[in-house]
Write a protein that binds this ligand. Structure first.
Ligand code: ADP
Ligand code: ZN
Length: 746
């Protein structure tokens, strides 16, 4: 008998166990680690992934697998190892990890290639047959002549459209053996109708040359390489280094992954990569959340089959099934969108580092504002720091001006949207025909509706936040909740006290847009935020209009903060720099510093140098002052001291546990019980916080309680938390989440 004959599988359902099955002899040579199989499970059958092939099994009552789904094994041993690491580190069952490792369309194996029929002349054609046909079936003859005239292979649908003949005629010809049909898979390429202008390597400056040399050296002996942290100011040519490093990896026979935050996966970025590798057909696959299921299927197989050698994509592209991986680039490594906010709650940058270790390849993290975690790793020698201090062509960093809104307030009595100085600067740019970006990280028109008599605000009934007033969304003139989507009409009188004293307070991007249009009636103003960009094409159109100069002033949220490159933008206004600062989050200062630096980086990318106005009520807060002086080192130093003093990352890891329920009492009780059990289970070295109401106490109708645990030995802590949770039965209506290295502390 042939051996091995058992497989261990993970079923696509949360049962938290691996199961053994026997393999029928006929299927033996088609099953390997990573294969997808159909197995009997309880009364039904289920899809599963093979994680091991063995000669023996201890399991009792072993059953046979029913079928192999698809041809080749679809998950490499390295990716499986990565999956196991994610499960252990992020405190998450392996079946859940599988959901991220393999996209649903691949796991289910229901969608296949898009098939098309092609027509070619049959073998039985000769003059005699044609002559006969002309007499007896003129329409068939006409079609056949068309086929002979056109160059094979011809798409059946296209042929029938061109000749205005029908399918029946075609079928008749096939029956006579005069025509043959062939079914072929065609690739759904989301970028098929775009043209990419081929570009070649730029001549690197000194700093870039040094960086590339270091990376190339590492590519030659990757097993010894530490991950790189490429710290380069905005516009210092990091992307050019990625492009040339990828080329170097390809020349060595390897493949490469480039991760970018979803938000900066713009047409501009895709164009740069597709253009540089335009000499290699199909070399670049793009993965992002807007792909249709069919497109995702095709891109995935293009990668798996080895046709695509470079993958550029958002978070989940870190799992791209490339072979011979040589390089993983994580651009804007500090971006919080790399963190997945549902299970498995992994951080793509950290997963990239682990994948690089498993696959023995080089990792390059790049940023103008590295995260404290990564920079700390560079300082202590875990990563290798490479710095680019200069903008390309010695372009100046933009001049940062701070506008003290407290003084403005004394003058104007109302909250300032555009200070006098910023207003003057915009007017100046209008005259010079230069462009302006105005940034505000808050959507809507008014961010709350208050009663000036009793002080009550209109809150969402499901969430503990105020409702935002919108003027222009799908349902205009209504209040809406940004967390759960609840909408409500604007009341005439205060529902609490009955007085006709309601006032709108706070403002968002809609109001900024309206105000700017009012002050500068001649300006072409556009807004870019989640409300105005609901159509898929809107984003591209707005960017195009901005680039060609059809828009003078672009107002937007973080959507416009990242990665965009517009040479004619010489002014950036940050409408309110304090928004992030006051959140109850230990990263608030870090986020503010990063945001200011990134937004400022949009200014002065062309010939003329840029100017940035930062409006704030806290002009002396450290993150604002350090950002103003482009002083990353200074900011890093003081922030690091704060983190160490308070036992926050990067000095300690954190795990945030959330218990939630529609029933407040049960959520609270569950959290408190869990806290008591954790107290018994965790050694003293771990800092266990109390069970407390979350800052965002109520979300989508659920009451939420938090427990925050901190400690250094994260793998150990994860295991202890998992074990404690597994032993504890929670009521049906209570959900408990575990978030390792959390980024969302609300
Ligand atoms: P970053 O990624 O650091 O923001 P980019 O790679 O986007 O910087 O570079 C900024 C601009 O400078 C781009 O327009 C790019 O084409 C250009 N650039 C980069 N490197 C060079 C170089 N060595 N010579 C000339 N132009 C360059
Ligand atoms: Zn809500």
């Amino acid at each position: 008998m042939t051996k091995p004959s058992y497989v261990r599988v993970i079923i696509d359902r949360a049962i938290r166990r691996e199961l053994d099955y026997a393999v029928p002899e006929g299927l033996l040579n088609r099953v390997g680690v990573g294969s997808r199989v159909r197995v009997p499970f309880r009364e039904k059958s289920a899809l599963a992934t093979v994680v091991a092939v063995t000669e023996q099994s201890e399991a009792k009552g072993i059953r046979l697998i029913e079928a192999v789904v698809g041809e080749a094994p679809i998950l490499s041993e390295q990716l499986l190892e990565l999956g196991r690491w994610i499960g252990a580190y992020y405190c998450c069952p392996i079946e859940t990890v599988m959901r991220s490792l393999l996209p649903q369309v691949i796991r289910r194996a229901e969608i296949g290639w898009k098939k098309q029929l092609f027509v070619q002349p049959g073998r039985k054609i000769d003059n005699e047959a044609l002559e006969k046909l002309r007499k007896r079936a003129p329409r068939q003859a006409e079609l056949l002549e068309a086929i002979l005239r056109l160059e094979a292979p011809i798409r059946a649908s296209q042929l029938l459209r061109q000749t205005s003949l029908d399918n029946q005629t075609l079928r008749a010809l096939v029956k006579r053996g005069l025509v043959e049909l062939r079914e072929e898979a065609i690739v759904r390429d989301p970028h098929a109708d775009e043209q990419f202008i081929a570009t070649s390597n730029l001549i690197l400056n000194q700093e870039q040359t040094h960086a590339l040399k270091e990376i190339a050296l590492a590519l030659d002996s990757p097993e010894k390489a530490r991950p790189f942290l490429l710290h380069g100011v905005t516009g210092s040519g990091k992307t050019e280094i990625y492009l040339q490093a990828i080329r170097a990896a390809l020349e060595r026979g390897h493949t490469a992954i480039v991760l970018v935050p979803e938000i900066s996966l713009t047409p501009q970025t895709v164009e740069r990569f597709k253009g540089r590798f335009a000499d290699m057909q199909d070399a670049v696959a793009v993965l992002h959340s807007h792909l249709s299921e069919g497109e995702r299927h095709d891109e995935w197989h293009k990668i798996h089959s080895g046709r695509a050698r470079i993958v550029i994509g958002a978070r989940s592209a870190v799992f791209a099934p490339l072979k011979d991986l040589g390089l993983i680039v994580v651009d804007e490594e500090h971006e919080t969108t790399y963190k997945q906010e549902e299970a498995p709650r992994y951080h793509a940058r950290d997963v990239a580092i682990v994948r690089a270790k498993i696959e023995k390849c080089v990792a390059v993290l790049g940023s103008a504002t590295p995260s404290l975690e990564s920079y700390h790793n560079a300082v202590i020698g875990k990563y290798r720091l490479v710095t680019l201090t200069q903008r390309i062509d010695e372009k100046q960093m933009p001049l940062m001006r701070i506008v003290d809104l407290r003084q403005e307030r004394r003058k104007e009595k109302a909250a300032t949207i555009l200070s006098e100085k910023l207003r003057a600067a915009i007017g100046d740019r209008m005259e010079k025909r230069e462009q302006t970006i105005l940034f505000l990280n808050r959507r809507g028109f008014s961010t709350s509706l208050l009663c000036s008599n009793c002080g009550e605000a209109r809150n969402c009934p499901n969430c503990s936040v105020a409702l935002t007033f919108h003027r222009h969304p799908a349902v205009p003139g209504r209040l809406s909740c940004h967390l759960c989507g609840h909408t409500a009409a604007v009341p005439k009188k205060c529902p609490a006290c009955g007085k006709d004293a309601l006032i709108y307070a706070g403002f968002g991007t809609e109001k900024v847009e309206a105000t700017v249009s009012q002050i500068f009636p001649k300006a072409a103003v556009s807004r870019m935020d989640a409300d105005s960009m609901t159509r898929k094409e809107a984003y591209r159109e707005t960017l195009r209009n901005f680039r060609t100069g059809n828009i003078d002033i672009l107002v937007g949220t973080q959507m416009i903060a990242k990665g965009l490159h517009f040479p004619n933008v010489t002014l950036v206004g940050i409408i309110n720099a304090d928004l992030a600062l006051h959140l109850p989050d230990f990263r608030a200062g870090e986020r503010t510093f990063q945001l200011l630096t990134q937004v400022a980086g949009r200014a002065g990318r062309g010939e003329t140098s840029g100017e940035v106005f930062v409006q704030t009520y806290t002009p002396f807060s450290p993150s604002i002052q350090f950002a103003r002086h482009h002083d990353f080192a200074g900011y890093f130093q003081q922030e690091l001291e704060f983190r160490e003093r308070c036992n926050f990352p990067p000095f300690k890891h954190a795990i945030l546990i959330t218990a939630r329920s529609a029933h407040e009492g049960r959520a609270k009780l569950s959290a408190e019980t869990l806290r008591r059990r954790l107290k018994e289970a965790l050694p003293k070295e771990f800092i266990l916080g109390d069970a407390t109401p979350a800052p965002l106490e109520k979300l989508q109708g659920q009451f939420r309680f938090h427990i925050l645990i901190r400690g250094e030995a994260i793998m150990r802590l994860s295991r202890l938390v998992r074990e404690t949770l597994d032993k504890l039965p929670f009521p049906e209506d209570v959900t408990v989440n575990v978030d390792v290295d959390p980024y969302q502390l609300l």
